[in-house]
Design a protein around this ligand. Structure first.
Ligand code: ZN
Length: 216
């Protein structure tokens, strides 16, 4: 069930938003990116059509994971000098207001869920690899810092990104628990994600086919 219906500010087409916290949408019809600014959707320019490398996922896919139904709402592709990875915004039917991201990176699949709070002192410039930072009653151990670029995006997203933009990351581990984490530094905000599962592709069931008219 759609959360909200809007009209694309560029072509006027009716777009359905499914996620309460989406702040960006790429129009299926004219491929313009729009950002939510205050209460209004504003056109921000054309997005890039992302080459398809044979992922089973696509915007609009519905399926099941561990018995739970989900829908794929959006995708961001990040590129770095040696390659790229995709992050898919997933909405599960039982928790429609919870932000999940499936990271697909060269055959590795990790499902992250957004954390309510950031670790302490976690500004990108101050964060040091190999150090620990308090997060509630736990500690975050930083294992890697990286910078990537936004290659492009599709569907609806909780981030406001444009192709070519720089994005900083800090990967880590919940100390003593071995749980992966990811800090993402995006324009105007920082988000902290905790790995819920690392997954095999065979654990996903996709129940529909891509609409061939989309992006035609
Ligand atoms: Zn449009």
């Amino acid at each position: 069930m759609a959360f909200k219906q809007i009209n694309c500010p560029s072509c006027g087409a009716s777009l359905q938003l499914e996620f309460r916290f989406s702040e960006m949408v790429v129009c299926n019809y004219c491929s313009q990116t729009s950002h939510l600014v205050g209460d209004a959707w504003q056109a921000k320019g054309e997005n890039v059509k992302l080459p398809d490398y044979g992922s089973i996922f696509f915007v609009g896919a519905t399926g099941k994971l561990k018995g739970e139904s989900f829908k794929v709402l959006g995708r961001v592709r990040y590129q770095y000098p040696d390659g790229f990875w995709d992050e898919w915004l997933l909405q599960f039917d039982t928790t429609p207001d919870t932000e999940f991201w499936l990271q697909e990176d060269e055959g590795d699949y990790t499902l992250f869920v957004k954390a309510d709070a950031l670790p302490e002192n976690s500004e990108f410039n101050h964060l040091e690899v190999g150090k620990k930072y308090p997060w509630g009653n736990k500690e975050l151990f930083i294992s890697e810092k990286n910078t990537a670029n936004i290659a492009g995006s599709e569907g609806e997203l909780t981030h406001q990104v444009v192709p070519g933009q720089q994005a900083n990351f800090a990967d880590g581990i919940i100390f003593g628990e071995g749980v992966q984490t990811s800090l993402e530094y995006l324009p105007g905000k920082t988000e902290f994600y905790i790995a819920k599962y690392t997954l095999q592709l065979a654990e996903f069931e996709i129940s529909n086919a891509p609409d061939e008219n989309v992006y035609a």
